[in-house]
Design a protein around this ligand. Sequence first.
Ligand SMILES: [Zn+2]
Length: 267
Amino acid sequence: MADYRATVGSVELVSLTDGHGDMDPSQIFPTSSMAAWRSEYPELLDSDGHIHPRFGCLAVRSSGKLIIVDTGLHAPDGMLLDEMRSKGVDRDAVDLVAITHLHPDHVGWNLIDGRPTFPNARYLVSRADYDHWTKPEVLKDAQHVKDQVMPLESLNILDLMDDDYKITDELTTVATPGHTPGHVSIAVVSGGERAFILGDVAHSPAQAHYTEWSPSFDTDGDIARHTRHQILDKLEGEETLVSAGHFPDQGFGRFVKSGGRRIWQSV
Ligand SMILES: [Zn+2]
């Protein structure tokens, strides 16, 4: 099994998995072909031809702070709290919870029965995403925002992040719009090393090569595709360590060129 911990300078990243989805890849990626999935990515498919994207979160230790990035789906069999216990992450010790975007599989454990899951934390959400999801016409179909995000404001534990927000001296948000309007990734820079917390800029290792495949749940597929090309090109060029929440194993790896095409190489 891949190591669930990675260090970047003096920053420690601990991969946490809340669970896995079960999806037909040709529905998720409408422009993809089952033939390509079957011939090029058989390792990602089960016997029914389905993919199982991970619902990944991350614990980050940086500058004396403990930060959780995204809080999973919180399905009935959601494992986030068990994962934290077994990997030595104390939820009472969490200082900050940073959310890459306001989809249900990224905010699910913000609260349990209306109470903060991380009782001593402040929660960080990008202002652009908060403004989008709380518009009445969007909010009416977004029960998860009503249940797991808006109460943070009434509890007075929500902070909105503007562009290039410094979570710590070593962690800065990067606007990566398209999947949602205010989607952010997080750049990690410490001791001359770097890493990149991708969020949902990509959902499958297949997008390393098929970067134009946009999932059906992107808010704006064209912007998402543009963002994905730009970010993956840069990460490949700089050989940056990436943490990808929906990717297999522990979600750590690099985008590299191999045999004339870009691939995802797990580490
Ligand atoms: Zn997601």
